[in-house]
Each structure stands twice: as structure tokens, then as C-alpha cells.
Write a protein that binds this ligand. Structure first.
Ligand code: FES
Ligand code: FE2
Length: 346
């Protein structure tokens, strides 16, 4: 079961231009489009006339026009034009979903519209701050349940193995990282420190480290599926651990997972470099380092999903490094319970 009373990323804002965009979210067919003023909207991707997908239609000044017999719908889902007919029945409407554009994302609410409160959407202002945080983004379709990617980001001991050749570095440094976890009202936040460690190859390439470093990874998981990451390193013993983390080498990543079906999802991610900000090549280089790393994650969780689909969960064990992942999963279960309760009460 999906949590429906939540904001999910439907698309990057720049994915939506003049043409409607079809996307399945929480197993529902959705069409996104921009109205005459450029405001983004989301409707169920099914015309209320003969069920043609509205995403096969086109955007016209009055709204989204069905590509089959030309009924047109505004952003609220109301039919505003029927060719050859002046009278538009009230029943001629399709479901619309609350949608909000924020920090370069289009956020959609799949649950009860009355409970949608856009002030609860995660803040990630760095996407809008191209001067201090030049950034680049992507979306990977993944053939795995979205929670497998959240699991992946909650247990970073995989870096030393799965990403050994890219951002990983020495496995022992990850397993023995010093970790502090904090519970927040919306999820958890954990910081890992690898003090006096050998920087991974990609850090050396990006920042030219000569020797050992103090390296940090700060992760904030916001339920159900946003992960805000702040990572960096400084020459060993130069005060980063004590709080002097401005300047030097650092970057921010955003990870957002949106369920498509029970066994597929969209992975929206971005990288923003907080170093060499005046060099567009630094952003490109960071992107080039990270993009293949996330392909490694994608391939692993897809392989994991195929085993889970075949053999299920019996016999799986938790180890110490699963602690945050287990806390996250319990939090999700509580949200699902709450939502079931709210539905039952209605
Ligand atoms: S199916 Fe859309 S107008 Fe006929
Ligand atoms: Fe990974």
C-alpha cells in the first residue's frame, strides 16, 4: 500500500513544457500540463468522454484538449468545451490533483485534497541558488519498489562495496564511520564522520586533495521519500569536525523517490557543487562522477526487486548497519496505519 497523503515529486519543473506529460504515480495514470499562464496542473489521465488518455491530446488556451473528440478541461478538471455542443453537463469533469511548484520540482498530492498543505513540502532552496550552489539534475526510472531506494540511502555501508570504484573509497572507513542519529518530527537525520580517512578517487579528482581528510556525510530523510544530503571533506585536522565546514570541498545532493507501481519508481536526483562555483566544468564533473554511481544503485535495487518478487522476504536478517533503515521503515508503517485510521473514520 502506498502512503497517499504525502507530497511526491511528479516531475522536474523543466520536464514540463508545451506538451502534456504522462506519468503513473502510486499506480494511477496522471497527466501533467501547463495552463495558459504557465501554471502546472495534474489531472487523471483518462478523458471522461470515452476514456482516451488525455496525455495524447494537446494544450490549448482554455486547457488540455482530448486528442480523440476534442473535449477540453481546465486545471481543476472541469470540462470547458465540447465541440458542437453549447451545454456542458456538470458531470463532465475529471479528477484533478493538488500540484505545487517549488525548488524546481512539481510536487503532487495523491491523497485527500482537503489534507494537502503545500507548506509541508520539503525545502531545498539550493536548487534556486545557482550562484552559490550551481546544480544539475536527472530522473532515473527504476524497476523496483521505491522503498528499496530509500533503504539504499539509509545504509551507506554499501558505498565501500557497490561504489568502491567511484565515490566509495575504503570499505572499512564506512563500516567504522562515527555516526550520530537524530529523530525529527518528519523523519530522521544522521551524520557520519570519517575522520582522518583516505579521500575517495572522485574527491581527489574534484578537489585535488594531497593527503588524508576529515570527511562528513549528513543525511536527512523526510518521510516518505525525500533525502537531503550534504557531503564534504577538508584536509585532516583543519577544523571541519569542530564546525568549520564552509568553503573547501562540499556538495549537496537531493534524492526523491516517487512510486510508479508496486515494483517501479522514479528517482529524481540532483547534485550541487559548493566549491569552484565559477567553473561550470566543476558542476559537469560532479555530475559525471555521480550519475554512474546512481546507475550502480539502480542496477542493484532492480536485481534485488527481481529476487524479492520471486522469493519474497522470508529469511532476510537485519544487521547493525540496518538501524536507520529499520527506524525509517517503522516510521513509514506508522504513517500507513494513520492513513488507514483516517480512511476508516471517514
Ligand atoms: S474520449 Fe476524449 S473527447 Fe472523446
Ligand atoms: Fe549508492
Amino acid at each position: 500500500m502506498f502512503i497517499r497523503d504525502a507530497w511526491y515529486i511528479a516531475a522536474w519543473a523543466d520536464e514540463l513544457g508545451q506538451k502534456p506529460l504522462a506519468r503513473r504515480i502510486c499506480n494511477e495514470p496522471v497527466v501533467l500540463f501547463r495552463d495558459g499562464e504557465g501554471r502546472a496542473a495534474a489531472l487523471v489521465d483518462r478523458c471522461c468522454h470515452r476514456a482516451a488518455p488525455l496525455s495524447h491530446g494537446e494544450v490549448v488556451p482554455a486547457g488540455l484538449q482530448c486528442g480523440y473528440h476534442g473535449l477540453t478541461f481546465d486545471s481543476s478538471g472541469k470540462c470547458v468545451a465540447i465541440p458542437g455542443q453549447g451545454n456542458i453537463p456538470d458531470s463532465a469533469r475529471v479528477r484533478s490533483y493538488p500540484l505545487a511548484e517549488k525548488n524546481q520540482f512539481l510536487w503532487i498530492w495523491m491523497g485527500e485534497p482537503a489534507r494537502a498543505d503545500a507548506s509541508h513540502i520539503v525545502d531545498f532552496p539550493y536548487h534556486d541558488d545557482k550562484a552559490r550552489w550551481p546544480n544539475k539534475h536527472d530522473c532515473y526510472p527504476i524497476k523496483a519498489n521505491y522503498m528499496l531506494m530509500v533503504d539504499n540511502l539509509m545504509d551507506l555501508t554499501h558505498l565501500g562495496y557497490l561504489h568502491a570504484r567511484t565515490v566509495g573509497g575504503n570499505p572499512a572507513a564506512h563500516v567504522h564511520a562515527e555516526m550520530k542519529t537524530e529523530h525529527t518530527p518528519t523523519g530522521i537525520k544522521f551524520t557520519r564522520w570519517m575522520r582522518n580517512s583516505v579521500p575517495p578517487p572522485s574527491y581527489v579528482k574534484a578537489a585535488g586533495f594531497q593527503g588524508r581528510v576529515d570527511r562528513w556525510q549528513e543525511f536527512e530523510w523526510v518521510a516518505p521519500s525525500s533525502i537531503l544530503q550534504w557531503t564534504g571533506a577538508a584536509d585532516v585536522g583543519t577544523g571541519a569536525y569542530e564546525g568549520k565546514r564552509e568553503g573547501g570541498f562540499q556538495f549537496r545532493l537531493f534524492h526523491g523517490l516517487t512510486p510508479e507501481t508496486e515494483t517501479s519508481c522514479f528517482y529524481f536526483w540532483s547534485c550541487a557543487n559548493g566549491y569552484r562555483q565559477n567553473e561550470p566544468e566543476a558542476t559537469e564533473q560532479l555530475y559525471r562522477e555521480i550519475a554512474p554511481t546512481f546507475v550502480e544503485d539502480k542496477e542493484m535495487v532492480e536485481a534485488q526487486q527481481s529476487r524479492l518478487s520471486e522469493l519474497g522476504e522470508p529469511g532476510l536478517v537485519n544487521i547493525v548497519s540496518d538501524t536507520n533503515r529499520v527506524v525509517m521503515r517503522r516510521f513509514i508503517e506508522r504513517l500507513i496505519e494513520q492513513e488507514r485510521g483516517a480512511l476508516a473514520a471517514e
